[in-house]
Design a protein around this ligand. Sequence first.
Ligand code: G3I
Length: 403
Amino acid sequence: MPVDKSYLTDETKSVRYWADLLGKDFGVAINSSATTNATQSAVTAAAFNTIVAEWEMKFANTEKTRNVFNYKEGDALYKFASENGMKLRGHCLVWHESVPSWVSSDGIKNDKNWTREELLKVLKNHIMNVAGHYKGKVYEWDVVNECLSNDQSIIKTNSSGYTMRNTVWYDVIGEDFLDSAFVWAHRADPDAKLYLNDYGNEKWSDAKSKAFLNLVKSMKRRGVPINGVGLQCHYNYNNLDSTEIANTVYEYKKLGLELKFTEIDLSMQNSQFYSDEQWEEQARTYRVLANICRLRPYVTGMLVWGLSDGQTWVNSTAAGTKGQPLLLNYFYGAKPGYEAIRRVFRDKVIDSGILSPSEERVARDNTVYDLTGKPRYVTDDPKSIYSLPKGLYIYNGQKYIVK
Ligand code: G3I
């Protein structure tokens, strides 16, 4: 597969260009080291408009020691985002993984013998400090991540039921750790959008999807300040059904909530080499998610969980090989899935009349075109147009008349 890096030199070849025009968040999980790596930083800023910390803004890294806060990596990510006109998404304030050992050895056991009151104080202090520090920098938080048990057989006997995951937070504090976390996050940063994030909540036929919706409904009934839900979308390249996803997504429209595909990776399986048909199948699945995002204003965006197939957490089942689940290959070349998303967003832009096909070409290439659309020259200074012969010229989508 040839390495297509045209998104680096022609903005209309990047999904970012079209996502920006649509006002959709199109993001990627990275580590702060990517912001000082020449290749990774250039690729990230060209190909995406939103970043999220893969692990550096989690509890274990932001409060390694009780009441001592570390924002170094998160601040580096924010600096990079703001320098490149990007958004920084927050992930995550409360989870049972990436919990520092002074809270719990594994995020499940209460082996520090916290009382409910003490652990509430720990959690409140963490959220108020971290969400407070990133106020005005992080536009949206995964406040609580993966709080539901994978076993939601309760649905069989109670259609509005759900089973919480046993974690140190839930077991010691009770379910109101969830409500409190959202209330504190909202108090710390009233402008940030607050999301509940999980996996296995994507396909409508899965019990966990119904349980997740039931939990969200109960949070809404309790007046919890929740703005949106995250569907992580960790799947294989060929097992995501569009109707299944669309049915789930629709439920959140009915609740008046936003929704994001927050951690997409679509893993290939069992081999190191794949056919064009298999890459096309992976692209088709990415297209499914992009179409759902394109057609629904309340689906605010989609993020992939890793910059390139060289930076994925997913190992394929073939020993020693990676699942190659992402949009850019090992050489940061755009894969069929990246191009599939670009076309979906581009077509939406053109269908919406936001940008006509001809403007698509002219949009922002600093080229002066004459009335026939013929390129005359490239300039950074549009005033130079007035030294041209009388006529009408187009430059970066603007019309210039020389009398
Ligand atoms: O702790 C070391 C640190 O000391 C060292 O400097 C650094 C060097 O890279 O590595 C650090 O470690 C690991 C980190 O990934 C970076 O590789 C952490 O030990 C390890 O726990 C961490 O794993 C992350 C995991 O979440 C737990 O935070 C994965 O990268 C990340 O992909 C994964 O992401 C989760 C989402 O947050 C939630 N949904 C599932 C998803 C996949 O598990």
